[in-house]
Design a protein around this ligand. Structure first.
Ligand SMILES: [Zn+2]
Length: 318
C-alpha cells in the first residue's frame, strides 16, 4: 500500500514538472527565429521574410523530435560537470571528443556545441546547392540549437534544479519569464555580422551561458526562502486545464533580481542565429536567393510535419 501511495505522489509530481518545463519555451524559440530574420542584410532578408512563418513555426521541431527520433536529445544540451569546465577552454573538435569520451557518455551528457558547428556546415552546403527546402529546415533547426546554447540551464546536469530542491526552475527561467516579460524586451540588434571562426563563437556563447548558472540557481533559492510558500505558485487555465504555475509576483521578483539576464541571453541568441545564417550564406559564395526554387514537399515530408505538429508543447527538456 505504501508503495502505491509513493507511485501516485511521483506521478503527480512528474505531471507538475512536465507542465512547467519546456526548452526555452516554445514561445521564446519561435521569437528567436522570427527576430533573427530581421537582422539579415538584403538580399538574404527577403528570402527569409518570404518564409518567416515556416522559420518561426519550425523553431520548435527539434524539441518535438526528441520524443520520436533517437539520438536527438543530446543535441540540446551539455552537462559541463561531466566534461569539466576545462572543456570550455580546450574546445575539442568532434573527432577529438570521440577519441577522448566513450560514445554512450557523449550521448548521455550532451553534444550541443559539436552538433551546432556541424549543422552550420550542412546549412552552407544547402546554400551551395540552392536547395531552398533544406536551407529553411536547417535554418530553423540551427536557430533552435543556438537558442538552447544561450540558456544557462542547458549547460549543467542540474538542469531543472533537481539536485538542489529547485524543481521547475528550468521552465520558470526559459518559459515563464519570456512569456510574461519579453513584450518589453528591446530586439533592435542591428545587422548580422560575418563570423570568421564559427567554432569559437559557439564555444564562447556556451561559456557565457555556463557563467550564468550559479546566479540562476542562487537567486531563485533566495527568493524561495524569502517568499511565503503560498505566494510562490498560482493557478492558471491553459487549454481548458487548470495548471499550477509560478505566480506573477514570484516570477516578477525573480526576473528583476536576475537583472536583465533573460533579455540579454535572448538578444544574444537572436544575434547569433542571424550571424550564423548569414555566415553560412557567405561561405557558400553568396548565391542569389531570388534564384532559389520554391520548396516543394513530398507527401512523406508533409506527413512528418503533421506528425510533429501533433506533439504537445508541454514537454520537459534538458
Ligand atoms: Zn531544445
Amino acid at each position: 500500500m505504501k508503495k502505491l501511495d509513493f507511485w501516485w505522489i511521483k506521478a503527480i509530481l512528474s505531471t507538475f514538472i512536465l507542465i512547467l518545463c519546456t526548452s526555452w519555451g516554445f514561445f521564446a524559440h519561435k521569437e528567436i527565429n522570427k527576430m533573427a530574420v530581421f537582422t539579415l542584410p538584403h538580399p538574404l532578408m527577403s528570402f527569409y521574410k518570404r518564409h518567416i512563418d515556416f522559420i518561426t513555426e519550425q523553431a520548435v521541431n527539434p524539441d518535438k523530435r526528441r520524443y520520436i527520433v533517437s539520438g536527438e536529445a543530446p543535441k540540446h544540451y551539455m552537462d559541463i560537470e561531466y566534461y569539466s569546465d576545462s572543456i570550455l577552454i580546450v574546445r575539442p573538435d568532434w573527432n577529438t571528443a570521440q577519441a577522448i569520451y566513450p560514445e554512450d557518455s557523449l550521448h548521455a551528457h550532451g553534444i550541443l556545441p559539436w552538433n551546432l558547428v556541424r549543422l552550420t556546415y550542412r546549412l552552407t552546403d544547402a546554400f551551395k546547392h540552392r536547395d531552398a527546402k533544406s536551407i529553411l529546415k536547417l535554418s530553423a533547426d540551427l536557430g533552435h540549437y543556438v537558442g538552447d546554447l544561450h540558456v544557462p540551464l542547458h549547460t549543467t546536469k542540474n538542469y531543472n534544479g533537481q539536485l538542489t530542491g529547485q524543481q521547475g526552475i528550468h521552465g520558470l527561467w526559459e518559459s515563464r519569464l519570456p512569456e510574461l516579460f519579453s513584450a518589453d524586451y528591446n530586439y533592435y540588434l542591428g545587422t548580422a555580422n560575418y563570423v570568421t571562426d564559427i567554432k569559437k563563437v559557439v564555444w564562447e556563447s556556451m561559456t557565457e551561458s555556463r557563467a550564468c548558472v550559479a546566479q540562476v540557481l542562487a537567486v531563485e533559492l533566495k527568493l524561495q526562502q524569502q517568499m511565503k510558500a503560498d505566494k510562490i505558485f498560482s493557478y492558471e487555465d491553459r487549454n481548458g486545464q487548470t495548471v499550477r504555475v509560478y505566480s506573477y509576483d514570484f516570477s516578477n521578483a525573480y526576473h528583476k533580481a536576475l537583472e536583465d539576464m533573460v533579455q540579454k541571453r535572448m538578444r544574444a541568441a537572436i544575434k547569433c542565429t542571424g550571424d550564423l545564417w548569414y555566415t553560412c550564406w557567405v561561405n557558400a559564395g553568396r548565391p542569389d536567393p531570388a534564384a532559389f526554387d520554391e520548396p516543394v514537399y513530398s507527401q512523406e515530408e508533409l506527413e512528418e510535419m503533421e506528425k510533429l505538429k501533433s506533439v504537445s508543447s508541454e514537454t520537459c527538456s534538458h
